[in-house]
Write a protein that binds this ligand. Structure first.
Ligand code: F6R
Length: 239
């Protein structure tokens, strides 16, 4: 795992955008893994800026998002489907994008469909990750066993609390999600993990001390051959 500490969140987003630009230059029809949450917003803004400036082209690429609440309507403002359209898909020319379907009647069938689509696309070339305060990646919560493929998971109190900030007082917040499994994430040929802000400093420290804590899902990335972690100074302050 390669660790790169940069001064600011903006620097981190630019450095991660450079990796996307290089990937798409080498392989225009790349398969991109995408994340939601507050961490990637600056990266999506930077990629949209570069697209506007004709510096990057997504026309031949396709994408798969990591996860989606379940159940949730796509039109719900807190669905990851809505988030991705709002923050990214509406701003760039990436027309082939897929997200686990939070409206699916049969969650198990939806997980199977998703894995089959990823496999048919040839697997993920470049996967983007954020990290939860509890070390989750996607919605792979700390556990004693980890799934290979996409599955329906129960969110932990920690994740529900962390994401409550996005939901209105009277809105029902989902407690389950469809997420790519650790195996699916791990099969990505390249992974970029972004960690920003002092709130993430304790989990960044735990990840980067180089010990595989099996109750910190992100620690599996320590075994991945091509993962880069970008941290801003605040997130790296305890490392
Ligand atoms: C979202 C996802 C999650 C987030 C993590 C951090 O698709 O996969 O693992 O990356 O919860 O969220 P933020 O960036 O909001 O702190």
């Amino acid at each position: 795992m390669k660790k790169i500490v940069l001064d600011t969140y903006q620097d981190v987003c630019c450095a991660a955008a450079d990796i996307y630009a290089a990937q798409l230059k080498t392989k225009p029809n790349s398969v991109l893994g995408l994340a939601t949450g507050s961490t990637p917003i600056g990266l999506y803004e930077e990629l949209a800026r570069r697209y506007e400036a004709k510096e990057i082209d997504f026309s031949k690429a396709r994408s798969f998002n990591l996860d989606e609440y379940y159940p949730i309507e796509k039109s719900h403002q807190q669905s990851y489907d809505y988030f991705m359209h709002d923050n990214f898909f509406s701003k760039v020319n990436l027309s082939k994008h897929d997200i686990p379907n939070g409206e699916a009647k049969d969650a198990i069938a939806e997980c199977k469909r998703y894995d089959e689509e990823i496999a048919a696309a040839g697997g993920i070339d470049l996967m983007l990750l954020g990290i939860g305060h509890n070390g989750h990646i996607g919605f792979n919560e700390p556990s004693v066993s980890y799934s290979m493929g996409t599955y329906l998971t129960e969110l932990t109190e920690s994740s529900i609390t962390a994401n409550a900030r996005f939901f209105g007082k009277n809105e029902v917040q989902p407690t389950r999600a469809l997420t790519m499994g650790i195996g699916e994430i791990f099969r990505s040929r390249q992974i970029v993990l972004i960690i920003s802000g002092e709130g993430k400093a304790p989990i960044a420290k735990k990840l980067l001390e180089g010990v595989i804590h099996t109750d910190v899902p992100a620690c599996f990335l320590l075994l991945h051959p091509n993962t880069t972690v970008f941290l801003d100074k605040a997130a790296a302050s305890l490392c």
